[in-house]
Design a protein around this ligand. Sequence first.
Ligand code: PDD
Length: 284
Amino acid sequence: MDIAYFNGTYMPRDEIRISPDDRGFLFAEGIYEVVRWYQGFFFDMDGHLARMKRSLKETFITWPDEDKFPAIAHDLIRLNHLENLQSLVYLQVTRGAAIRSHAFPIPPVNPTVYAFAKEFTPENTGRESGVAITVREDIRWARCDIKSTALLPNTLGFQDAVSKGFSECAFVRNGMITECSHSNIFLVQKGIVHTHPESESILSGITRKNIIRLARRERIPLKEEAVALRRLSGVQEIFITNTSGEITPVVRVDNFVIGGGIPGPVTRILRERFNDQICSYKHS
Ligand code: PDD
């Protein structure tokens, strides 16, 4: 039986009842986080906690127990006997339930907090040989830096990609590649790694931040600069990053083959260093 966290208690997941007046349901007024458990530790929990707090602040959602997120995540791993398995913990906070009105409830209501843990099997084939992605206009809102549960443009984009046999969908805004439906994107041009700068146009991925740190430490040239889609022909390597997939090489964008169809050396080095970093967490 899956045990989930719901508003301060741990209970069987299928016994959770959420109000139809929840503002997460009515307005998609909520934020979320996903952290990865590596059979013994969470990777960069501090980074995820800081981002979650920022998302709450930017959406004016108050969750007095926000600092309990790491403890809740650990409890869910233990209660679901996932200690020795690769797992993910998902946590979502909405503004809570109140009769529908665009204005925030007065007096404020308690937020709705839901979290669950699930076993997760990393997808290794694509991570080794590389994946194909497609490109779509970025039709999202102007605050993509908030990890909001309002993900309709992301799910529409990803579903379109999947239905056409692609592994991810990259978004383009004003001709510039921003990020993907649920990952950040890095492009290597003439030995320099490029990724869209932190701004309101992308989510500041925790994996992205760690890759940038690693690249700087390894003296791999990296610029936080967006790449124009029309410059794709000058790109030798692409990879995408997120919590579940870590670093995934991209070897085709729609019909355009990248790097001769095989993952390139910069991607490989960064993946090795990222793995080293995860191992060092294990031993710290
Ligand atoms: N998504 N950009 C977007 C739009 C994302 O949704 C995500 C993560 C990322 C990468 O962030 P991070 O490295 O912190 O996982 C970038 C999660 C995994 C999800 O929605 O399930």
